[in-house]
Ligand binder design. Structure first.
Ligand code: GLC
Length: 750
């Protein structure tokens, strides 16, 4: 039965009163790599956390970065957050969340350290694949159902990394400076939606500094914004090794300190905070706030109930007891694999399809050549903390072989050579907070390419070209892998690694019909060959059924409906982070050195002009734009209407008719943007304020409706520190992408 908030808080107070200072300290820092400290005397358990956004990470020993290594912790491997965002389908986001949450519970976790929703501002950032988009509206609309899905099963999401975590280079020590409007309009909305709409029960602070404070102990972010302004009473956990000061951590809105070292009681909120309280340097009340949030978290995910007992002397005693009917969760159910497949199917983006090159019909295909290491590579077990020990993973090669079946000869050749990783170091995470790991990405590329390697590269390419001459149908699967899309390291540029440009051009030279698939979690430069290729597909790390989904799109079984959740620039030097930002950051001034323990400062001088907001404002061409994606059918947009809305702060209702004018069923992500008619200096040309995915049979027409509020036409004003609604002539755009505008109407705001 529902316990009232007042009763809950009363119980929390009663249990808090039972705790000694030492016991409070135990609860607010790790006792194992993925667990908080417990108080057995009072029945208070450890909170069990686990990575990550693409599934429940394999188990580690309590204090040792070697995997436990049993067969029990292989799990469902979901499409990455970029892939989920590529579907533009809120229901698939919810479904992915449900799978992730049920599996986390089924693996005995109380909190899954997901989703990652940092803004994809810098295409070089190694962790882009773990994040969703460059656009805060798309992020907010997809993260809410994802978190709601996760939290259905007595387990908590942990939205991360709060905030402005946009690079891996010196990720612990880079300080981010940005103006209030940029923070409020671009970097906070996804987190604000996670907190206020999805009611995330936990949130993770970031490694980097914001305005001189480390994200995981920041008074500005965790107390002023999260606790005071957003009234967040959920649990805040640090990133692993992101706390650097006892007093700052104690007095900020942080609740639980985690790290990557086994000397748990030496953590800042371990023995040091006990000493500091005893010396009067820190108020015990600051620890009480943390313990309250932890106990409230435990109640919310039904780890415990709090029982009050009347003592002889009239005082109420309290203790925590386990909840009998807590959801046991479940993992590796076949339904979960089906959901992973459904999401993967809608995450594949078709970038080009000239001369109806695709689909390649199985019935007409006797032989198919598959070129490229990414066709036969398992991606799940890489990328850093987001790594997954997948129960299985259908690679593109397996997907294609299965899709085309026994009557088609499917031949594979690697095409490009990927050097074997030198040491399979499982203590990667312990090193992950040491400076040299997150240093200059060109370090990796300075590595000498051995003569042996050069020979291999040449052999693989020659073999691929020889075969490509003999095969009618050729699919090249290249792109990036978790040697490049990885935590702890940024890329040096957007170029394809492993000399893939040469391979693709050499194959296209002998077989211009070859289809190219880019398998990557962040943008790559395709300009060396994209004009020559007739067909190009793009897929982010797409989970255990990613190979199935890709093959089904290639064969035509699935009509692709994915659209880009981020712009695909061709050159880092033409992105906002390079043109405006001082990536990776400039040296600290003497004043800054005194104020913060950072090694460099990166000022987000691009402001709100991130992603398509930047490329449109400054007319910078990109390879493919935000919101872009092709289909095997065509859609006609017509009959746009805009009406004044009746409602509290509703301004307009907008509708558009969308008709499938082709011969195959499909789904279309219809997008709505708003912008000023005469775009002022300070504002983007247009901004995404609505989208819906319409499923349409051949010939079918549907009306898609949108509601616009005052907030959709408002900007944050740095002078007055308030949201201001724009006035005058506005334009409402309806598009199949941010560039492909199919209808627009003007309105005037008083
Ligand atoms: C890592 C990551 C974070 C992850 C945590 C635990 O360094 O930054 O996303 O959840 O530590 O592995």
């Amino acid at each position: 039965m529902r316990v009232s908030k007042k009763d809950t808080e009363k119980k929390i107070e009663a249990l808090l009163r039972e705790l000694t200072l030492e016991e409070k300290s135990r609860m607010i820092h790790a006792s194992e790599f993925f667990r908080s400290g417990d108080v057995p005397r009072l029945g208070i358990p450890k909170i069990t956390t686990s990575d990550g956004p693409m599934g429940v990470r394999n188990d580690f020993h309590p204090a040792d970065w070697h995997p436990v290594g049993t067969s029990a912790d292989a799990v469902s491997y979901l499409p990455c957050n970029t892939a989920i965002a590529s579907t533009w389908n809120r229901e698939l986001a919810r479904m992915s969340g449900e799978v992730l949450g049920r599996e986390a519970r089924g693996r005995g976790k109380d909190m899954i350290l997901a989703p990652g929703i940092n803004i994809k501002r810098n295409p070089l950032c190694g962790r882009n694949f773990e994040y969703m988009s460059e656009d805060p509206y798309l992020i907010a609309e997809m993260v809410v159902p994802l978190i709601e899905g996760i939290q259905e099963n007595d387990v908590s999401a942990c939205v991360k990394h709060f905030a402005c975590n946009a690079q891996e280079w010196e990720r612990l020590w880079v300080n981010v400076e940005l103006d209030e409007r940029t923070l409020r309009e671009i970097y906070l909305p996804g987190f604000e939606a996670a907190v206020k709409r999805a009611k995330t029960k936990a949130l993770m602070g970031s490694y980097n500094l914001v305005r001189g404070e480390h994200g995981s102990q920041s008074k500005f972010l965790l107390t002023d914004i999260l606790r005071k302004e957003w009234k967040y009473d959920g649990l805040v956990v640090s990133d692993w090794g992101a706390v650097h000061d006892t007093k700052a951590a104690a007095e900020s809105g942080l609740d639980l300190e985690m790290s990557v070292f086994p000397n748990f009681d030496d953590y800042y909120l371990g023995k040091p905070v006990i000493e500091a309280v005893k010396k009067g340097e820190i108020k015990e009340e600051d620890l009480d706030k943390k313990v309250r949030n932890i106990l409230r978290f435990m109640l919310r995910v039904r780890m415990i109930e709090i029982e009050l007992t009347e003592k002889k002397n009239g005082r109420t005693a309290a203790k925590a007891v386990p909840v009998e009917d807590r959801d046991p969760g479940y993992y590796n159910g076949s339904a979960m694999h089906y959901f992973a497949k459904q999401t993967a199917r809608e995450a594949v983006v078709m970038l080009k399809n000239e001369k109806k090159r695709l689909p390649i019909k199985p019935s007409m295909t006797k032989r198919l050549l598959v070129i490229g290491n990414n066709a036969d590579r398992k991606q799940s077990n890489g990328g850093g903390s987001g790594e997954i020990k997948a129960l299985y993973e259908v690679t593109p090669l397996m997907g294609l072989t299965r899709e085309y079946g026994g009557n088609t000869e499917v031949r594979y050749t690697p095409g490009y050579y990927v050097p074997k990783k030198t040491k399979e170091d499982t203590s990667w995470q312990e090193d992950s907070v040491s400076a040299e790991i997150m240093s200059d990405p060109s370090v990796r590329d300075k590595r000498k390419v051995a003569a042996e390697e050069k020979k291999r590269i040449k052999e693989y390419r020659e073999e691929a070209v020889r075969l490509a001459k003999e095969y009618e149908e050729v699919v090249i699967v290249g792109g990036l892998d978790h040697n490049y899309d990885t935590e702890g390291m940024d890329r040096k540029d957007l170029k394809l690694p492993y000399a893939q440009d040469e391979l693709i051009n050499a194959v296209l030279a002998v077989n211009p019909r070859a289809v190219v698939v880019m398998f990557a979690g962040s943008p790559v430069d395709m300009t060396a060959w994209s004009d020559k290729a007739q067909a190009i597909l793009w897929m982010a790390y797409n989970g255990m059924e990613g190979g199935t989904a890709l093959a089904e799109v290639i064969s035509g079984t699935v009509n692709p409906s994915g659209k880009l959740p981020e712009s695909l620039p061709s050159d880092f030097k033409k992105t906002s982070a390079a043109v405006f930002g001082d990536y990776p950051g400039r040296k600290l001034t003497a004043a800054e050195k005194k104020k913060m323990n950072a090694t460099m400062t990166q000022t987000f001088k691009d402001g709100v002009f991130v992603g398509y907001r930047f490329y449109e404002k400054f007319d910078v061409p990109v390879q493919y734009e935000f919101g872009y994606g092709l289909s095997y059918t065509e859609y006609k947009y017509s009959g746009m209407t805009v009406e004044k809305a009746k409602g509290k702060d509703a301004l307009f209702t907008v509708s558009i008719k969308v008709k499938n004018t082709g011969h195959v069923a499909g789904k279309e992500a219809v997008q709505l943007y708003v912008g000023e008619k005469a775009v002022s200096e300070a504002n983007p040309v247009k901004e995404l304020k609505g989208f819906d995915k319409a499923e349409l049979a051949p010939g079918e027409e549907k009306t898609v409706k949108f509601m616009l509020t005052a907030k959709d036409f408002s900007h944050f004003d740095n002078e007055t520190n308030t949201w201001q609604q724009m006035k005058g002539k506005m334009v409402i755009y309806i598009g199949a992408s941010s560039r492909d505008i199919r209808a627009k109407k003007e309105v005037t705001l008083k």
